[in-house]
Design a binder for this molecule. Structure first.
Ligand code: COA
Length: 282
């Protein structure tokens, strides 16, 4: 699928900041990365800050350049759907572990966001005043999942991986992996958090659960998790902070206007919505 300039361009000012985001909702925005006509990449480039444009021009590898361009344009145009701020005007600042957040302008609502890219896909998760994390990975059958799991997974996760049927093991590995990364990204520490210091539990038909939380995570009971497949080749996970235990959280999928078709097609699964009555889908 080709990416068209309008897909990531903000619409008219009146409607560009009218996207409603309920307090207990998170929006998951999605874009594909691929070859695009010169005028499309020029339009997307115009959404970037000067610094980002310089960085873009310095990336030699075409695929990396496209990914950088679409990611930056997606984050900026998505944020500009909630507030009357020009996409290029957002100023970001990273914490000590490299997690970017909005530094300026100061808006009455703080929007937390997190992005993840894997070959061909960029996901951007946004929520109001609560921490979020997202991770997407391409399911790579070449990964020695038992060896990698032995290094990075908690004992219960390793045991589950060994017990999983061989033909399902690779996908199960990436389900754990993306959940773990989305959690450390929501916490803001990234891989500074030891991945084997906490454990997830996965059971068919149920939301993923954090069985053992990471040391120092005082809010271990206050996370919502989900795992899904945004395409046959990919597995993704989201983490959303709760304000109180068991607070209902809805993750609503949002495509950028103009993207033809729905990404969750045959053989794919969308984020499950355990509380459809509070979701405000469009
Ligand atoms: C964050 C991290 C888990 C990324 O995992 P990944 O699967 O390789 O990459 P993803 O595509 O899922 O995510 C990358 C995005 O996460 C965000 N990110 C970077 N560091 C992050 C952190 N500590 N927490 C949350 N998000 C982070 C960025 O937006 C990044 O995208 P960008 O570089 O295009 O802006 C991993 O790279 C990490 O822990 N990095 C931290 C390194 C660090 O501690 N640096 C300190 C000095 S800056």
């Amino acid at each position: 699928m080709k990416l068209h300039a309008m897909e990531l361009m903000p619409v008219q000012p009146e409607s560009s900041f009218c996207q409603h985001l309920a307090p207990n909702e998170a929006h998951l925005w999605w874009a594909r990365v691929g070859a695009m006509p010169a005028e499309v990449s020029a339009a997307l480039r115009s959404l970037l800050s000067e610094e980002e444009q310089l960085r873009l021009d310095s990336i030699a590898l075409e695929a990396r350049r496209q990914e950088y361009l679409v990611t930056r344009a997606l984050v900026r145009s998505v944020l500009s759907r909630y507030e009357a701020v020009e996409p290029a005007a957002w100023v970001f600042q990273s914490n000590a572990h490299g997690r970017p957040g909005v530094a300026r302008p100061r808006t009455s609502i703080y929007y937390d966001f997190n992005v993840s890219h894997a070959r061909g896909i960029v996901l951007c998760l946004v929520a109001r005043g609560r921490r979020v994390g997202v991770d997407v990975e391409r399911v790579d059958p070449k990964v020695e999942v038992l060896d990698v799991g032995a290094h990075f997974f908690a004992p219960s996760e390793r045991a589950d991986l060994v017990a999983t049927a061989a033909d399902l093991r690779c996908r199960r590995f990436f389900e754990y992996w993306t959940l773990k990364e989305s959690y450390v990204k929501a916490c803001g520490k990234g891989l500074a958090m030891a991945l084997d210091s906490f454990a997830f539990s996965l059971q068919a038909g149920r939301q993923p659960r954090l069985r053992v939380s990471a040391p120092g995570d005082a809010s271990h009971a206050l996370w919502f998790f989900d795992s899904f497949s945004p395409g046959r080749e990919h597995v993704a996970a989201v983490t959303v902070e709760r304000r109180y235990p068991d607070e209902p959280i809805a993750v609503a999928y949002r495509s950028v206007p103009g993207v033809p078709g729905h990404p969750w097609g045959k053989g794919e699964s969308s984020p499950r919505d355990p509380y459809p009555h509070i979701a405000n889908r469009s």
